[in-house]
Design a protein around this ligand. Structure first.
Ligand code: NAI
Length: 306
């Protein structure tokens, strides 16, 4: 099976550099019409330039592909809507959105200005929300859409100096979880990528030998899979250096305390059992947790639920 995107229209945000550029080139190689969006600012989000996006478009065109450059700031809804309009005017549709644009403003939380927290939230969270909002209705109408969020190990597991970035990246997992529930019956599938790659974002964080293993092109196959017709739904795929893994959030079976023993001391005493991962599972929607607790409590108390 060869994955192709012939006649499909793909928007990759922040695709003037790094991972986004690698994704954009690969979509184009596989027949997609690509919107190469990039604000063209510095790593911390300051400044703007259309050069990077235009260079990627040139590369796509010289390989015989079709692409347009767009300089929208994903954090600005009007600009994002104009970008989607540009794609629809030219090619009539949007099939795939890869929310990839991102910035860093690292500092320990003690030293971080709230403005640096907000800026990172704006680009990653509001940026992904804006782009998704601008394509969502069209995808619902056409009963087809593939959307990728770019999360990070920093959000999933934490990273010193990245409270703003980690919070933003985990917010995208929450955004995805509910979008999947709402998009499923309209043929829209949403997944998240947790990449690791040598780009300007990470170049000063790791030694050169390690960076050599972490080419952005090693991550892109996961994105192509998540945007294909046979894409999974509501998955988090970690990818880097040729490694691919699925990330899940699990809940343990836990314990149940009777009404007359509902105390903090009994929670403390039961902690080993609460934290016991045997039988843990990935819940598929929030209400499943309510069902689990209510059913467990009813069983313990001998109450028959209607
Ligand atoms: P990069 O800095 O090479 O590329 C990010 C691109 O986004 C840049 O070209 C930048 O101009 C663009 N951009 C920034 N703000 C924008 C805005 N407001 N509107 C439109 N474009 C904007 O970084 P890299 O590493 O390629 O990052 C891509 C994504 O992957 C980001 O979301 C990043 O957080 C994420 N990521 C990267 C990891 C890595 O190891 N490189 C690890 C985990 C996540």
């Amino acid at each position: 099976m060869t994955i192709r995107f012939d006649d499909q229209v793909v928007i990759v945000t922040g695709s003037g550099n790094g991972l986004g550029k690698s994704h954009a080139l690969e979509f184009a190689r596989r027949g997609a019409h690509v919107v190469v969006n990039d604000l063209g600012g510095a790593r911390d989000g300051s400044g703007a330039s259309s050069e990077a996006a235009q260079a990627v478009v040139k590369e796509i065109e010289s390989n015989g592909g079709e692409a347009i450059a767009n300089g929208a700031n994903v954090a600005d809804y009007d600009q994002v809507e104009a970008m989607v309009g540009q794609a629809v005017d030219k090619w009539g549709r949007v099939d795939v959105l890869v929310n990839n644009a991102g910035i860093l403003r690292d500092k320990t939380f003690a030293k971080m200005d709230l403005a640096d927290f907000q800026m990172v939230m704006d680009v990653h969270v509001k940026g992904s929300v804006n782009c998704t909002k601008a394509v969502w209705e069209r995808m619902r109408e056409r009963q087809y859409g593939r959307i990728v969020m770019t999360t990070s190990a920093s959000g999933l597991y934490g990273n010193f100096g990245q409270t703003n970035y980690g919070a933003a990246k985990m917010a995208l997992v929450g955004f995805m979880n509910t979008l999947c529930l709402e998009g499923q019956k309209y043929g829209i599938r949403v997944n998240a990528l947790a990449p690791i790659a040598a780009t300007r974002m990470t170049e000063d964080l790791m030694p050169e030998q390690i960076l050599g293993l972490l080419q952005p092109e090693a991550v892109t196959p996961a994105v192509i899979f998540m945007c294909s017709e046979e894409a999974p739904n509501r998955q988090i795929i970690a990818a880097g250096a040729g490694g691919f893994a699925k990330v899940t959030i699990q809940e343990t079976p836990g314990i149940f305390l009777k009404p007359d023993s509902l105390t903090a001391e009994n929670v403390a005493e039961g902690w080993d059992k609460i934290a016991d991962t045997k039988g843990e599972r990935e819940l598929q929607y929030g209400g499943e947790q309510t069902e689990k607790f209510v059913t467990g409590a009813a069983n313990m108390l001998g109450i028959k639920l209607e």
